[in-house]
Write a protein that binds this ligand. Structure first.
Ligand code: PLP
Length: 393
């Protein structure tokens, strides 16, 4: 098997599993308990909080554990909007956010908030000038993702944060794809809230966090016990939190080396595909993109068919039409960067890890060239296109 879907999820690293194990088997006490079996869990949570805070230049008390990125995004948007409702009810975000943000915005719109969805350019980058123009006296929250999960584009977060800070508007960033992959500093980047998720950086699934700058009065998201200072109740996922911290330690210790290796593999794969398969285009910015992200549209084919045929040859990747998420609509991200429906349907996302090899990528390019040609040979669109080309010459 060749695994090229690391933006969907990553393999839990062996050292992460090892760090988690004792909290299933021996240290299983409830962290709220007074006896030492419980306090071992509490200690591990506090230690994890310190590790994760340090990774983004935050204070430990600013980290709140959640059950993943989706929860963190929902909490940030709904709680911030509600807390600031007295000041205004206008939120600014972009058209290329993850559904965790977009659907939370949709919920807020149904509940009396107004949301501006900003356009991005053809590479998927937000122009800070367009953000400035969209700000109104009643704007209370700006939410712009750090890096896009489909096309890997990295946003000018520092500039966006500076604009928000200057105008006194809260700034949230969904850093689920960026955390552990690229350096993040919440102080330098003027970030007030940040979402992250463990399973994107070789940690366990179902564990994440929301950074909330101290001093922000954010309401409880889950009501119940006193865990997480009473704002996110529920017995803590101790093994998950411990695994998250182990994954963060691992990611930080090799960030530069890992990114360098992935960039090399990424650019090699892009070069070979562009050089060997006609009628394709790279989606997203060529340089300002996550080290492991390759997203390419192949004209005249269906991404879903391509995925199925790749799967039959042992290659795991993902497509730009959202069929896998239960809808036949093409990806909102690809449409937002100006692709036609047909091009968006024919796109393929391959997200690499440092464990992939050049030999694997050579194999994948071989499969791709063959499958794309086979699908085009069956495509009436391709036939028409070739005929019109012949007629022209
Ligand atoms: N935000 C982004 C940018 C993502 O890529 C994802 C997951 O793919 C999420 C949020 C949701 O995170 P989780 O899977 O931890 O709920």
């Amino acid at each position: 098997m060749i695994y090229l879907d690391n933006a969907a999820t990553t393999r839990t690293a062996p050292e992460v599993v090892e760090a988690m194990l004792p909290y299933f088997t021996e240290q299983y006490g409830n962290p709220s308990a007074i006896y030492s079996l419980g306090s071992a869990g509490k200690k591990a949570i506090n230690e994890a909080r310190r590790t994760i805070a340090a990774a983004i230049g935050a204070k430990p008390e600013e980290i709140y554990f959640t059950a993943g990125g989706t929860e963190a995004d929902n909490w940030a948007l709904k709680a911030a909007a509600e807390c600031c409702a007295g000041k205004g009810r206008h939120i600014i975000t972009t058209k290329i956010e993850h559904h965790a943000v977009l659907h939370a915005c949709g919920y807020l719109e149904k509940n009396g908030y107004e949301v501006t969805y900003l356009d991005v350019d053809r590479d998927g980058i937000l122009d800070p000038e367009s953000l400035k123009e969209a700000i109104r006296p009643d704007t209370v929250l700006i939410s712009v993702m750090f890096a896009n999960n489909e096309i890997g584009t990295i946003q000018p977060i520092r500039e966006i944060g500076a604009i928000a800070r200057e105008r006194g508007i809260l700034f949230h960033t969904d850093a689920v794809q960026a955390f552990g992959q690229v350096p993040i500093d919440v102080e330098e980047m003027h970030i007030d809230m940040l979402s992250a998720s463990a399973h994107k950086l070789n940690g366990p699934k179902g564990t994440g966090m929301l950074y909330i700058r101290s001093g922000l009065k954010i309401r409880s998201f889950i009501h119940g016990g006193a865990q997480e200072k009473g704002v996110r109740a529920g017995t803590e996922n101790v093994p998950g939190i411990v695994g998250f911290a182990a994954a963060v330690r691992r990611a930080l210790s090799r960030m530069e080396e890992k990114a360098g290796r992935e960039r090399e593999l990424r650019d090699y794969l892009i070069r070979r595909i562009e050089g060997e398969i006609p009628y394709c285009r790279l989606n997203g910015h060529r340089e300002k993109r996550l080290p492991g992200n390759v997203n390419i549209s192949f004209r005249f084919i269906e991404g879903e068919s391509l995925l199925i045929m790749l799967d039959m040859r042992g290659v795991c990747a993902s497509s730009g039409s959202a069929c896998t998420s239960g809808s036949l609509d093409p990806s909102h991200v690809l449409l937002a960067i100006g692709l036609e429906h047909e091009e968006a349907h024919g796109s393929l996302r391959m997200t690499l890890s440092e464990e992939n090899t050049q030999e694997e990528l050579d194999e994948v390019v071989g499969h791709l060239a063959e499958i794309v040609q086979r699908l085009r040979d069956m495509s009436p669109l391709y036939e028409d296109f070739m005929k019109s080309r012949r007629d022209r010459t």
